[in-house]
Design a protein around this ligand. Structure first.
Ligand code: SF4
Ligand code: MG
Length: 323
């Protein structure tokens, strides 16, 4: 569970007049075992920051990350180490995350060695089999640069699964791959999820990929969560004007629907997160904004079961902009 998470970056020292940047502003959500929650939104909306806070790569300014019932900030050293093995991350560029001077054997044995497991050789070979790199003996002595992007991502996935993770944060993990390789990696991740009940926080700007991977989708705009719900509801009946605009800009697989679908063009650029607009942060670009929108910030509230939306006029948004 992420609870009221806020992350503010300050620049320029104590007496600086530059306003702090609120990268994440009061975001809460849960992820269940075996579930994939996708986090979507334009770049700079705070998605990656949330992933980094969950992975303990950066501290939140306020709020909590609760994992298996314990607040990550209050764990003692032993519990923190244990939790760390259950939380793993897969990055966009496995080349950056795999040490170029190590062999696959060294890379994949590292988690076992850190955990004090000595007889790791068979486990390393098993991991390679699990991610479809067979026969493993053919791969285990090679270095990262000898592999394709897809194979490198398989190695990164193998490493993430070494110690039975419970949650994997995958940040744009297939964005650098071509379409056919991407499909294979997504299929592998789904299979591993079915076999291990791992949860994914799947951070992506690619709505096609999100639709095929996610059970639920959380949409962010300028550091705020604006809508969260089951994947079919988000794609078939998006309730927030921003979600509707994002979807209208993303191609749909059916050519006939693609040709006839309505496009919502947003005015202007994303405002600076150091000076977010008053009231609803989306009001400067929203096609249905009204005076109230710049005065009062909408809270995230459930309009239907398990589908909360932060918009004063989401009922109008449905009728007006989407159908
Ligand atoms: Fe648009 Fe107002 Fe809803 Fe914000 S609250 S999304 S500005 S209609
Ligand atoms: Mg990012």
């Amino acid at each position: 569970s992420v609870e009221s998470l806020t992350k503010t970056y300050r620049s320029g020292g104590l007496f600086s007049t530059t306003p702090p940047v609120q990268a994440v502003a009061g975001v809460s959500f849960d992820i269940a075992p075996g579930e994939t929650l996708a986090l979507v939104g334009e770049s700079g909306c705070g998605k990656s920051t949330i992933g980094r806070v969950i992975m303990n790569l950066t501290d939140p300014t306020s709020g909590h990350v609760v994992f298996d019932g314990s607040d990550l900030a209050t764990l003692d050293a032993k519990a923190a180490l244990e939790t760390k093995t259950h939380l793993q991350m897969i990055f966009q560029d496995p080349f950056g995350s795999l040490n170029p001077r190590k062999t696959v054997r060294q890379i994949l044995s590292q988690p076992f060695r850190v955990a004090g497991i000595s007889n790791w050789e068979p486990r390393v070979l098993d991991l390679l089999r699990v991610v479809g790199m067979t026969p493993p003996e053919r791969f285990v002595n090679r270095m990262p640069h000898e592999f394709s992007g897809g194979q490198r991502q398989r190695i990164a996935i193998a490493r993430a699964f070494a110690l039975q993770p419970k949650l994997i944060v995958a940040d744009e993990c297939v964005s650098a791959l071509d379409v056919s390789v991407r499909a294979q990696i997504l299929k592998l991740m789904k299979r591993l999820q079915q076999e291990t009940q791992v949860s994914y926080l799947f951070i992506s700007h690619d709505l096609g990929v999100v639709r095929s991977m996610a059970h639920r989708v959380a949409v962010m705009y300028l550091g705020r969560l604006v809508e969260i719900g089951p994947v079919e509801q988000i794609f078939n009946a998006p309730a927030h004007p921003y979600t509707q605009a994002l979807l209208s800009a993303s191609p749909v697989p059916d050519p006939e629907r693609e040709r006839t679908k309505r496009r919502i063009i947003l005015r202007g650029d994303i405002p600076s997160p150091s000076r977010p607009p008053s009231g609803c942060r989306f009001h400067t670009r929203c096609p249905i904004a009204r005076p109230l929108c710049s005065e009062r910030e909408p809270i995230l509230e459930a309009r239907s079961a398990d589908h909360p939306v932060a918009c004063h006029f989401s009922d109008l948004a449905k009728a007006d902009a989407w159908t």
